[in-house]
Design a protein around this ligand. Sequence first.
Ligand code: BEZ
Ligand code: FE
Length: 288
Amino acid sequence: MRNVTKDNITDVFKGYMSDDMNPRMREVMGSLVQHLHDFARETNLTHDEWRTGIQFLEGCAAIESEDRHEFVLASDVLGLSSLVDMLHSREDATSSSVLGPFHVSGAPPLEVGGDMKRHFGGPVLLAEGTIKDTDGNPIAGAELDIWQTAPNGLYASQDEEQDTFSFHGLMTVGDDGKYAFTTVKPVEYTVPSDGPVGAILDACGRHPWRPSHLHYIVKAPGYRSLVTEVFPEDDPYLDQDTVFGVRNDLVMTYHEKPASEFPEGLALSGSVNEPFLAVTFDITLAKE
Ligand code: BEZ
Ligand code: FE
């Protein structure tokens, strides 16, 4: 086509795609370019604005490293990561939520009833629940990969003061599907905001805060793996999570209990002398 116009350029683009190309690629690329062109036409995008967008992408690429995933973070704060999650999550299972960039694979085993708090200060949190199938039956042998921030709001991978697997644990549940562990209550924290994504948040008048949460990846043979989080219902950022990760069924009450009610049979039994928090979060996995 030699007479390309602002009105026909989208169809021209689609016409340039080969008949032999992968059909799903055709659908996704065609739709992406349709929306991109419509966006430019609708907003009457200027050269300066286009250049700002390109500089944003270049800035993401420049800061990107093994420990800094700026493109994923951009997708997170734009709500795209959560939208893709929700498009593919099962109604009959526990909601999924963002993985985030701070999970470290290969966490050491954590016994059912084990402790992740160790020497760290802050309120003891006892987290427990049952991993079930969609009929409510426990899933024996399910695996729970757990991670969270330290009380300073940093994950192990962000903090030289913590060892590699600090606040990470890998638990395998027994026949009753029950998990339990103690930890320190996670704190709310900010996503990295010193790069191009931080500039976008600033430009939109948005803050970088996430409500406090525990992260879980739950796996069991024959079931769809689930990446999820649990949030306390009194967190000030619950209704303004900067990465859109909160779902109703992931918000739980953290009950304050006297030390005398701390249960037997856990790693910290007998050594908790102050009121502690307890949250029960049952998790439902859907079949593959
Ligand atoms: C997180 O919860 O660890 C997280 C999620 C998305 C972006 C940054 C952090
Ligand atoms: Fe997190």
